[in-house]
Design a protein around this ligand. Structure first.
Ligand SMILES: *Cc1c(COP(=O)(O)O)cnc(C)c1O
Length: 387
């Protein structure tokens, strides 16, 4: 049996096609959850299927002791899309963030020696489930039961620069000493679809620049077109991260994550410093190259589609504080009217719409980036029927 770690909904999916899923009884669902933003180009896209099967028939894995064409090509593509320089591939978001934390600590140690190991993250953030990325995660609910954690993390409130300013003035106040980096989600996903304010991000970037702290964006959920730009940091004028992590939507359903480093820290990690066996094998990289091609076509319409969906949600009974960017959308559920967000997601699922929750009290919608206007309208009418 499967370990009972997921509070699963009572549905078994057997097949997907575009924006739709089908369960084992043949019932059709509209998918506005996309496996938590992973199926970014919908299900079984013919281009994606062709790329994966072709590569699987050629070469599936050789280890990172050798280079492969899909891996090299994908790294070049990601560098171009992000305006950054070097790429390390991992298998998941948490593993990508482990890598970015190692990169930040090594950057600082190379330059300043011991004593600058602390990574500042935000309250209500989510960075993964490993012991170290849980330490980075600024939500107590995920911490209980799993102490002790990796040292060297401090959580400050989002959209309030005073705590970060105080850290810069007074030192990090952690057992590992001074700060080496700040790690942010441009829109906090698991925390509740909570966007950061532009003036706050600008202030963080200024403090990072003044202190030579690395500015890191966790783009695991927001990246690869989800918010209407290739990377969510690109919404903030003039903001240039030192590195970003990515995962979820990159390979359209196969496990791939990684980090992209700017010129400044492109060569911090050297042979022997960091590695992974599976990360970025040719099959997942071929899937990612096909996914990026499909997203390239869909991307110009993502913002308008998201706005259409958000406008409809704003008119719905028992939903409030509709927010988000592109096709990453949250709405607070009025518990008195609909019960918990989870109960509402269950009701929508039964009505044929697959949705997510976030932050405990909110509904979260992440349709495929390729969703059609008709499918958005269908989703809206299913929601109207349930609300
Ligand atoms: C999902 C997520 C992670 C963790 O990714 P996994 O692939 O589940 O390890 C990390 N950061 C953010 C922002 C996420 O949304």
């Amino acid at each position: 049996m499967l370990m009972n770690t997921y509070n699963r909904f009572p549905v078994t999916f057997t097949r997907g096609e575009g924006s739709h899923l089908f369960d084992d009884k043949g019932k059709r669902y509209l998918d506005f959850a996309t496996g938590i933003g992973v199926n970014s180009v919908g299900h079984a896209h013919p281009k994606w299927v062709a790329a994966v099967t072709e590569q699987a028939g050629k070469l599936a894995h050789v280890s990172n002791l050798f280079s492969t064409k899909p891996g090299a090509e994908l790294a070049e593509k990601l560098a171009a899309l992000s305006g950054m320089k070097s790429v390390f591939f991992s298998n998941s978001g948490a593993e990508a963030n482990e890598g970015i934390i190692k990169l930040a600590r090594k950057y600082s140690r190379d330059k300043y020696g011991e004593g600058r190991a602390t990574v500042v993250t935000l309250k209500q953030s989510f960075h993964g489930r490993t012991i170290t990325t849980l330490a980075a995660t600024g939500q107590e609910v995920f911490h209980k039961n799993f102490h002790p954690f990796t040292e060297g993390f401090v959580h400050v409130p989002a959209n309030d620069i005073t705590a970060l300013k105080a850290l810069a003035e007074n030192g990090a106040g952690s057992t590992s000493g001074g700060v080496c980096a700040v790690l942010l989600e441009a829109v906090q996903g698991e925390g509740g679809v909570l966007p950061l304010q532009a003036d706050y991000v600008k202030a963080v970037a200024e403090i990072c620049a003044e202190n030579d702290w690395l500015l890191l964006f966790d783009e695991v959920q927001t990246g690869i077109g989800r918010t209407g730009k290739w990377f969510a940091f690109q919404h903030f004028n003039g903001i240039k991260p030192d590195a970003v992590s990515f995962a979820k939507g990159i390979a359209g359903g196969l496990p791939l994550g990684g980090i992209i480093a700017s010129e400044k820290c492109a060569d911090v990690l050297k042979p022997g410093d960091h590695a992974t066996t599976f990360g970025g094998n040719p099959v997942v990289c071929a899937a990612a190259l096909a996914t990026l091609e499909i997203i390239e076509e869909a991307l110009p319409d993502v913002t308008a589609k998201g706005e259409k969906l958000m406008a409809a949600l704003r008119g719905m009974d028992g939903l409030s504080n509709v927010r988000g960017a592109g096709l990453m959308i949250g709405a607070t559920v009025d518990a008195a009217k609909h019960g918990s967000a989870r109960e509402l997601a269950g009701k929508l699922l039964a009505a044929g719409l697959v949705c997510l929750t976030a932050g405990g009290d909110s509904l979260r919608l992440m349709p495929p980036l390729t969703v059609s206007d008709d499918d958005i309208e269908t989703g809206i009418s299913i929601m109207k029927g349930c609300l």
